[in-house]
Design a protein around this ligand. Structure first.
Ligand code: NCD
Length: 306
């Protein structure tokens, strides 16, 4: 059972196998028609965000309110006792006394896993450094499944900052459970790191290709998942300046795509998609943010409902 398996929370996309994903996608689908409910009445969610966020935090908070629960938390490490030097472990051991579940975003890789070691309530990883963002990947799959009607058999391009982008790492892990062709598209400097590729190739037998020029595959893609170059993760800002405008997806590009092609992006977008294509039926990145609410309702209901 999903609830038993994820008793400690949602830490890594690696923990998800096909049956877990199908189960939560179905639950997410059911949530599309649940606007308000009181299934989590009396429950409290804590959102601890040590890095900026718009969609992830607000959709988790909205989801909790929509299901009748309450929310506490902070939006920046600057306003918590971490600023005074308190350790993350001590913060977790404190906050768990005030709530039923903790959503955490922290710049340190492995932060959510560490938090789970110290907590007796479920921890949800809302972004751990450049490593993982599993609930984003779940909402990405919900978006694709709802919009394309399937996951098996699709050709998907995953493009942009594949080195530092945590959403693409989690997405690739989840996709590895399906029969998909993945095209990893990035500048040479921002290729997916070896440890992820080895895992995908050796342990999960995923079919993927790496390339730099997305135009070579535009006409065969069903989905393109575009990402932002992660400025805050670069040790050398000159390197960021060199690659920041490497890809700009335009109207001309969109014209080359299949009729039922879909363009996704976890957002925020900087320059990598021209705003002039926002109104195209193929551009579904804002719709995707809506699916985020429903997936987070599904996750919270699953972890917290009595
Ligand atoms: C992403 C993140 O925080 O990793 N944002 C999000 O949660 N939608 C993507 C990004 O910041 O580029």
């Amino acid at each position: 059972m999903f609830k038993d398996k994820f008793r400690e929370g949602i830490i890594s996309a690696r923990d998800f196998y096909r049956e877990d994903i199908e189960y939560i996608l179905q639950k997410g689908h059911e949530m599309l028609s649940v606007k308000n409910s009181n299934i989590l009445s009396g429950k409290i969610l804590a959102t601890l965000f040590f890095e900026p966020s718009t969609r992830t935090r607000l959709s988790f908070e909205s989801a909790m309110h929509r299901l009748g629960g309450n929310v506490i938390g902070f939006q920046s490490g600057d306003v918590s006792s971490i600023k005074k030097g308190e350790s993350l472990a001590d913060t977790i051991r404190t906050v768990e006394n005030y709530c039923d579940c903790i959503v955490i975003r922290h710049p340190m890789e492995g932060s959510a896993k560490m938090a789970a070691r110290f907590a007796n309530i479920p921890i949800i990883n809302a972004g751990s450094g450049s490593k993982e963002h599993p609930t984003q990947a779940l909402l990405d799959l919900l978006t694709i499944n709802e919009e394309m009607g399937k996951l098996d058999g699709i050709n998907i391009g995953v493009m942009g900052d594949l080195k530092y982008g945590r959403t693409v790492h989690s997405l690739a892990m989840l996709l590895s459970n399906f029969d998909v062709n993945i095209y990893f598209i990035s500048p040479e400097e921002l290729k997916m790191r070896g440890r992820y590729k080895e895992y995908l190739y050796q342990q999960r037998k995923v079919k993927f290709k790496e390339l730099t020029n997305y135009r070579k595959v535009l006409d065969i893609l069903d989905v393109l998942y575009m990402t932002r170059i992660q400025k805050e993760r670069f040790a050398d800002l000159e390197e960021y300046e060199r690659v920041k405008n490497f890809y700009v997806f335009s109207r001309k590009d969109l014209k080359q795509t299949k009729d039922n092609f879909k363009l996704l992006h976890p957002l925020p977008r900087i320059n990598e998609i021209t705003p002039s294509i926002d109104n195209s039926e193929k551009s579904i990145y804002f719709k995707q943010t809506g699916y985020g609410l429903h997936m987070r309702k599904a996750i919270l209901a699953e972890l917290l409902e009595d």
